[in-house]
Design a protein around this ligand. Structure first.
Ligand code: UDP
Ligand code: MG
Length: 315
């Protein structure tokens, strides 16, 4: 029988986890597969780890990993994918926003359907502030234009992958991990499942507008170097404009003489050029900072405790 691993990154999800566990187990039991559920406690401040341990005690198909601090969902997914032993591996949120009822269809797609991956996207953004939806749409449009990551609008991280794709995802050893991009970048035949957005069962979202904004910038930088070209291009345009202006003023001075006016013009030009230079340096700096973090080769997460070494830790 095939082994299906379910990877669940959890940050402060003590209330959602039992509901999630019950629902997912119910679905998996009907599917005629062997399974494991891996809860990755991402340095939660509530009882998430205790809940994971309790579930582990009840059911040895449950596994858990607990980080030494909050490393973010990307790190949680990575740790889970690395720990997963399954022939098929799914990533799911703990908050029930990823309906487990889709699992059987997704499993069918990757087993008999000839696909390597079954991915999901939500078709609406109900319950989300309109301004956030607007920026999200813009982000998808931009990143798909300027990178070859091929990111689908509304794509969730909820997906079921064959082992071969999981290994491909794990072979990308970068520190700045932008999973939405990585999943698209590795390619493979993907079948998309659509569903209507569901609100989370308990707790609250960990994303503020600002965090999402930062995340989207990181995504663009991780998968595209176009911003660097744009800043060079801007420099080029400004050079041409300044050359034309120089000719214009030279000819004007020759014909009409030079009354030595033009202070406002100079201030405007200086400010404009200063701004463009700062933007350019900022863009270069952002890439440099990412390179700096990559070259440090720091681990992406640190495990404090897992089902294999719980006796080492006194709580
Ligand atoms: N999550 C995590 N680490 C974090 C933030 C979130 O592991 O630092 C988990 C969280 O517990 C949940 C999933 O990532 O299972 C998605 O988070 P959330 O529901 O807040 O995101 P949304 O569904 O609103 O995009
Ligand atoms: Mg959620």
């Amino acid at each position: 029988m095939a082994l299906v691993s379910i990877v669940v990154p959890c940050y402060n999800e003590e209330e959602s986890m039992p509901v999630f566990y019950k629902e997912v187990t119910g679905v998996l039991k009907k599917m005629n597969v062997d399974y494991e559920i891996i809860f990755v406690d991402d340095g939660s401040k509530d009882k998430t780890l205790d809940v994971a341990k309790r579930l582990r005690k009840q059911d040895d198909k449950v596994r858990y990993i607990s980080f030494s601090r909050n490393f973010g969902k990307e790190a949680g997914m990575l740790a889970g994918l690395e720990a997963a032993k399954g022939d098929y591996v799914a990533v799911m949120d703990a908050d029930m926003q990823d309906p487990p009822s889709l699992l059987p269809e997704m499993y069918e797609a990757v087993t008999t359907g000839g696909y390597d991956c079954a991915a999901t996207r939500r078709t609406n953004r109900k319950g989300e502030p309109p301004i956030r939806s607007f920026f999200a749409r813009m982000f998808y449009r931009i990143i798909n234009k300027i990178s070859d990551a091929n990111i689908v609008d509304g794509a969730r991280d909820f997906r079921l992958m064959k082992r071969i794709m999981v290994d491909a995802v794990l072979s990308l050893g970068e520190y700045n991990r932008f999973s939405k991009g990585i999943f698209g970048w590795v390619g493979f035949k993907t079948k998309w499942f659509e569903y209507v957005n569901v609100e989370r069962v308990a707790g609250e979202t960990k994303w503020s507008f600002w965090k999402l904004f930062k995340y989207s910038f990181e995504g663009i930088m991780a998968f595209s170097t176009t911003p660097l070209y744009i800043s060079s291009f801007m420099g080029f345009i400004v050079c041409i404009v300044s050359f034309i202006m120089a000719c214009f003023y030279a000819i004007k001075a020759l014909i009409f003489g030079d009354p030595a006016a033009g202070f406002p013009t100079i201030v405007c030009i200086m400010l404009f050029l200063g701004g463009i230079q700062l933007i350019g340096i900022g863009v270069v700096g952002m890439y440099l900072s990412k390179t700096y973090l990559e070259t440090k080769r720091r681990p992406i997460y640190i495990i404090r405790e897992s089902e294999d070494n719980e006796e080492n830790v006194t709580n």
